[in-house]
Design a protein around this ligand. Sequence first.
Ligand SMILES: Nc1ncnc2c1ncn2[C@@H]1O[C@H](COP(=O)(O)OP(=O)(O)OP(=O)(O)O)[C@@H](O)[C@H]1O
Ligand SMILES: [Mg+2]
Length: 354
Amino acid sequence: MNAPELILIVDDIPSNLAVLSETLNAEGYDVAIATSGERALKQMEQILPDLILLDIQMPNMDGFTVCQKLKIDSRTCQIPIIFMTALTDLDSKMKGFELGAIDYITKPFQYREVIARIRTHLQLRKLTFSLEKEVSAQTASLQNALHEKEILLKEIHHRVKNNLMIVISLLNWQGESVQDPKLLSILEDSKKRINSIALIHEKLYRSPDLVKIDFGEYLHSLVHQIFATFSLSHDRVQLRCEVTSIFLNIETATPCGLIINELVSNALEHAFPENRSGELFVSLSHDEKDQIILMVADDGVGFPEGVDFRQTESLGWQLVCLLTEQLEGDVQLFRESGTRVVVSFSELNYQRRF
Ligand SMILES: Nc1ncnc2c1ncn2[C@@H]1O[C@H](COP(=O)(O)OP(=O)(O)OP(=O)(O)O)[C@@H](O)[C@H]1O
Ligand SMILES: [Mg+2]
């Protein structure tokens, strides 16, 4: 059985206290009494009541002041307060409500009404408590589920990345028994393509939201990794990256990463033959229509005249055209003091599969 609820009556007139406490006792409530505001506050340092009946007119500290003090204290601010008053003017009643009281009863008391009001407010308090408990339990379980989901996503990206690194190791291993330079170069190209995808998963599991990556940061890392795979000194070919922080989902980032791999590899492979020196410039930005603009430019020997980049036999440009189509974007090639390729696209929307 539940313990009886404790009601504190604060009134400076002993006869009021006596009759009220007798009535409440008879209804099964525990009763505590205080004959002044100061005593009531002191008493509450020891034990907190479930409800307070508070007289307004008392010498020294009136009921309004007691109420104010209780409402600013985190221990007592939730205790329902019912004012008891002989004052019938609207201003006093309204002041009581403004200070946080939940109800008032007027003297002389109608005891059946007093009991009915107390019962209702105690029931409301119980309901509020159990609702609050329910909401905080639900919130905790939702936060838990979200945390679990984040860990799982991280784990998946980590595993995909590791598996792709295993594929690269297998290709490395296979390369050891290959003599044909053409075949070896196909293996090398494949490894670079796989690496550009592995890097996306690595960035994703390190990214705070796990769904989008800072593509500017990714591009920077990827371009430097590709540069490192070519035996070019930074003195001969200078690398300049100008990237803005643009967040992309995996749908957009993967094809875009592969395009960057092809264009940067092409510049490093074809633009600077026979010890020619120059600059490779890579940038990522937004245009005025909020499209994402990727530019890879070099000041090398220039793209061969007469070659249509949309109709090559070679895989590199076929991939660039295919992936740009997949991004629903556009690719342009400019032959001006070297080669400049501009790819424009928007982020693809995530398509729900499950
Ligand atoms: N930045 C560049 N500067 C000069 N020539 C280039 C440049 N990019 C590409 N080319 C020329 O365009 C051709 C087609 O490029 P593409 O990437 O399709 O093929 P690839 O690099 O020869 O082989 P892969 O299929 O392995 O990429 C190259 O062979 C090269 O002659
Ligand atoms: Mg190529």
